[in-house]
Every structure is written in C-alpha cells, then in structure tokens.
Design a protein around this ligand. Structure first.
Ligand code: GDP
Ligand code: ADP
Length: 188
C-alpha cells in the first residue's frame, strides 16, 4: 500500500487550529488526528487519552530520552510532544495523519518528515487573536499573556511554512485547507 501523508497544522494559540481540525475530522472521517503528550494540567472537561496524554515532567523526559517522540517543544511552561509510534503506524497503513502543534515543533518536522505538508494558520489581526484567546475563557490571565507574547514571535515564522491560511471566515479557511490537503487526491 502507498504510504500516507503527514499534515502539520500550526499557528499561534487562539487562532482557531482546534476549531479547524475538529471541522476537518467531522467532514473527513478517514483523517487521523495524532494525540499529543503534555505535562500541562487537564482543563475542565479534557479527558486523558482523548484530548492529550497527561504525564509528569519526569515521564515526559523519559520519553524524550527513549526517542519515543517524533517532535517536542516547551510551550508556556509545559512540555508538548507527538508520540512517534502511532503516527508511523498510521502513515505506513496509508492514512493521512494530522498534527496540530506549535511552531517550534512544526518546524522541526521538516528534518524528520521532509515530505510533510506544513501549514501555518494566521489570524486576521493580532487584535482579533487576542479577542479569540480571551473569548475562549479557558486560560488564566497570566497564561493568556504568555500565549500572546509567544504569538508575536510565532507570526514572524509563518513564511518558513509550505502554505499559509488566514482564519477569518471559518468556512473559507476550511475550504483552503481541504484544497491543500486533498489537492493530489480524488476529493474524498
Ligand atoms: N510541538 C508540539 N506542540 C503541541 C503538541 N500538542 C499541542 N501542541 C501545541 O501546544 C500549544 C498549547 O496547547 P494547549 O495548552 O492545548 O493550548 P491551546 O492550543 O491554545 O488550546 C498549542 O499551540 C498546541 O498546538 C505537540 O505534540 N507538539
Ligand atoms: N474563523 C473564526 N472566526 C471567529 N472565531 C473563531 C474562528 N475560528 C475559531 N474561533 C474561535 O476562537 C477561539 C480559539 O479557537 P481554538 O480553536 O481554541 O484555537 P487554537 O486551537 O488555535 O488555540 C475559540 O473560541 C473559537 O470558537
């Protein structure tokens, strides 16, 4: 069987990556979303093994040492990483695998998976990004400020990616993503 594709979606926190990914998965049930490992505490309603694998810093550092992570990064005081085995298994089975990860990790995928399609999601403006982060109501003020500071650096990296998509109108952004992901396939 032909090997599958790896799609990396990145962009600043609050830009709408999670919203876009959920919509893509709802429309295309053969897409596989990788579940990341993190040392962040679960938010209200988040489920271990479904939203993330929640681990301690010691457990995460052991995973790094044992090369169990395809990529990893530190973000706003916590570790986040992509478990390698499941992604490789799905790619070998011919699946299209999606990673929804921050910018440093997304950049490092270029070395480990040169064929990956790396897409950067941009906000219509920094002001709108801040409105979305605050409107989501998930994070404490200090966490929002850390995310916004990081966002300003991340936005400068957007030109290093294969494609950029502005998430202004959600439906339009979704269509652009679908074209990028499925352009060399029969549209499923
Ligand atoms: N490098 C890397 N980043 C990740 C991974 N999983 C999630 N992230 C990113 O870590 C950042 C923080 O995630 P999270 O705390 O869930 O906040 P949210 O994405 O803003 O809701 C986001 O930019 C995620 O895309 C991963 O496995 N690797
Ligand atoms: N195109 C859009 N227009 C307006 N609000 C949006 C749009 N896309 C996402 N949002 C909202 O922005 C907030 C952040 O989205 P989320 O998917 O959690 O971002 P991320 O996963 O990148 O951190 C959420 O409240 C979401 O409903």
């Amino acid at each position: 069987m032909a090997s599958g594709k790896l799609i990396v979606l990145t962009g600043p926190s609050g830009v709408g990556k999670g919203t876009l990914v959920r919509a893509l998965l709802a429309r295309h049930d053969h897409l596989y979303l990788s579940i990341s490992t993190t040392t962040r505490s679960p938010r209200f309603g988040e489920i271990d093994g479904q939203d993330y694998y929640f681990v301690t810093r010691a457990e995460f550092e052991k995973m790094i040492q044992q090369e169990q992570l395809l990529e990893w990064a530190e973000y706003a005081g916590n570790y986040y990483g992509t478990p390698r085995a499941k992604v490789e298994e799905k790619i070998n089975q011919g699946s299209t695998v999606i990673l929804e990860i921050e910018v440093v990790g997304a950049n490092s995928i270029k070395q480990t998976f040169p064929d990956a399609l790396r897409i950067f999601i941009l906000p219509p403006s920094v002001e709108e990004l801040e409105r979305r982060l605050r409107g989501r109501g998930n994070d404490a003020e200090a966490a929002i400020i850390r995310r916004l500071e990081r966002a300003k650096e991340e936005l400068n990296a957007s030109q290093d990616f294969d494609k950029t998509v502005v998430n202004d109108n959600l439906e339009k952004a979704l269509q652009e993503l679908e074209i990028a992901i499925f352009s060399d396939n029969i549209f499923p």
